[in-house]
Design a binder for this molecule. Structure first.
Ligand SMILES: Cc1cc2nc3c(=O)[nH]c(=O)nc-3n(C[C@H](O)[C@H](O)[C@H](O)COP(=O)(O)O)c2cc1C
Length: 164
């Protein structure tokens, strides 16, 4: 899959809205992710409200680009899913799907770490009025890229250990 090898973090966005159809395709890819016991613990908040984007940009020292993004997806998970110990892992897989589909749609974004830091999770939940049965997991600001970067080649043959 070529987008695996071209995806990079995009932290600068054009002042141009993202079509709702593109966001829908991104979320379709996210929800196609595998999950433990197929529990699909995810919920997604699509944020375009400027004040909320500004507030989200302040939840960590590394989230500043969120205020300049036309849209951000906040991924959350249900606390009471079948296998809660796997919920954050399930969400991580959904986030990677989402990120790769963003590239396929000609867009760019960046995963901002919220979970497992309890203070950041609570702050995001407060900003978006996320109900008690959900936990905030990550923020993903995205848009039409206003920067270009090459992906590093991270292949390291020495990391492979054959057991024959
Ligand atoms: C779990 C996770 C949390 C991250 N949190 C942040 C963040 O808070 N702010 C940020 O600018 N980038 C964040 N990133 C992006 C990483 O810094 C980036 O993926 C990494 O440097 C590799 O660069 P690349 O995405 O361009 O390949 C995060 C990525 C992951 C997977």
């Amino acid at each position: 899959m070529n987008h695996i090898f071209t995806r990079v973090s995009i932290r600068k966005y054009q002042d141009r809205p993202v079509e709702k159809e593109k966001t829908m395709e991104i979320l379709r890819a996210a929800m196609q992710a595998p999950s433990a016991a197929n529990q699909q613990p995810w919920e997604f908040y699509v944020v375009t409200n400027k004040e909320k984007l500004q507030a989200l940009s302040e939840v960590s020292p590394y989230a500043g680009m969120t205020k300049d993004a036309p849209v951000a997806i906040v991924a959350a998970y249900r606390k009471n899913c079948l296998l809660p110990m796997y919920a954050q892992i399930d969400l991580s897989i959904a986030m990677e799907n989402l990120w790769l589909e963003t590239v396929a749609q000609g867009l760019g974004g960046v995963w901002l770490g919220i979970a497992p830091m309890e203070d950041r999770m609570e702050e995001v939940e407060d900003i978006l009025d996320i109900p008690d049965h959900l936990r905030a997991f990550a923020i993903f600001p995205y848009g039409y890229p206003a920067e270009e970067r090459e992906q590093q080649d991270r292949f390291e043959e020495s990391r492979i250990h054959y057991v024959e």
